[in-house]
Design a protein around this ligand. Structure first.
Ligand SMILES: Cc1ncc(COP(=O)(O)O)c(C=O)c1O
Length: 298
């Protein structure tokens, strides 16, 4: 796959019940809902997270109200409805769906499962498990780990997990954190590429959402600040890719390894390839891969 024999591992999240790592965060939030006696959970989503919340809410007998941008055309909306969620279609981008969901949570006393919100710790803790499982399987932290980013929540959770284990003496290092995303556009990767460790404002005209890059597009990455610090402190890096490159990498992954992953998440493998061609690496490198790729009917 162009890795020149380097030890590259996939952390495959596509086998989770609804197909992505979002299941981890959804389980964690639904558990909080039950412990704290809420009857409704809400989230703004571009698809995968909403499907996961709807699925676990249904299993726990909790109502789910999910805000989705109207422009999104994917089968995950009918999946959310099939799980019994109320879907509210919203004019505007993903960020508008999130802020409407946050406002609705406050107004109605619902549990707020949005990234960057008051309950973010539940997502971050859930994603830190990814780090624990990797260490369990490899026997130590890898030299580097590449993660596809939208809000950066997954990246921050994974970094926190590695940092905690290192501080506890369970690993000999914290891996270099590699963020991978779309060129059209992701705030945290854009900020890094512009040389800033503070999130920079992004012109909305740079955003071009497609069925391929849509999980990664973020004019505002809701965990950008912590994610940029994680990349900086771990001596990591961030890369951005075009749709064609991500699709090509997903096809290659399927052909060579028999692994089916969403093209958006194959950005992590493209990032591993670029990282290995530019950096000296003393140990295994892991790419987090997620999603099950079904071509959508347009
Ligand atoms: C397939 C896929 N990859 C990556 C991400 C990015 O995750 P995060 O928003 O935690 O950065 C998402 C988020 O929805 C996703 O669905």
């Amino acid at each position: 796959m162009g890795f020149d024999g380097a030890p590259v591992y996939l952390k495959y999240e596509g086998a989770n019940p609804t197909g992505t790592h979002k299941d981890r965060a959804a389980i964690s939030h639904v558990r909080e809902v039950l412990v704290n006696g809420y009857d409704t959970i809400t989230v703004g989503t571009c698809g995968n997270y909403g499907a996961a919340i709807a699925y676990y809410a249904r299993r726990a007998g909790v109502k789910a109200v999910i805000y989705v941008p109207k422009g999104y055309k994917h089968s995950r909306v009918s999946e959310m409805k099939r799980y019994g969620a109320k879907v509210v279609l919203v004019e505007g981008p993903y960020e508008t769906a999130v802020s409407l969901s946050v406002e609705a949570a406050k107004a109605n006393g619902w549990y707020d499962a949005n990234p960057g919100s008051i309950n973010d710790h539940a997502s971050l803790d859930a994603y830190s498990e990814i780090a624990r499982e990797i260490v369990e399987q490899l026997g130590d932290a890898p030299a580097a780990i590449a993660i596809p980013v939208g809000n950066g929540t997954t990246l921050v959770g994974v970094y926190n997990g590695f940092r905690r284990m290192y501080k506890a003496g369970d690993t000999t290092r914290i891996p270099r954190i590699i963020a991978a995303s779309t060129i059209h556009v992701n705030q945290l990767v854009y900020s890094w590429l512009m040389g800033s460790i503070d999130p920079l404002p992004v012109n909305t005209y740079l955003a071009r959402e497609t069925p391929v890059n849509e999980p990664l597009v973020a004019i505002q990455s809701l965990n950008a600040k912590e994610a940029l610090m994680a990349i900086y402190h771990s001596e990591g890096v961030a890369y951005a890719y075009m749709d064609d490159e991500m699709v090509e990498m997903s096809l290659l992954l399927r052909a060579v390894e028999g692994v089916n992953a969403l093209p958006a998440s194959s950005s992590s493998l493209l990032a591993v390839r670029d990282f290995l061609s530019r950096e000296q690496v003393d140990g295994p490198v892991v790419a987090v891969i997620t999603g099950r790729w079904r071509r959508e009917k347009q």
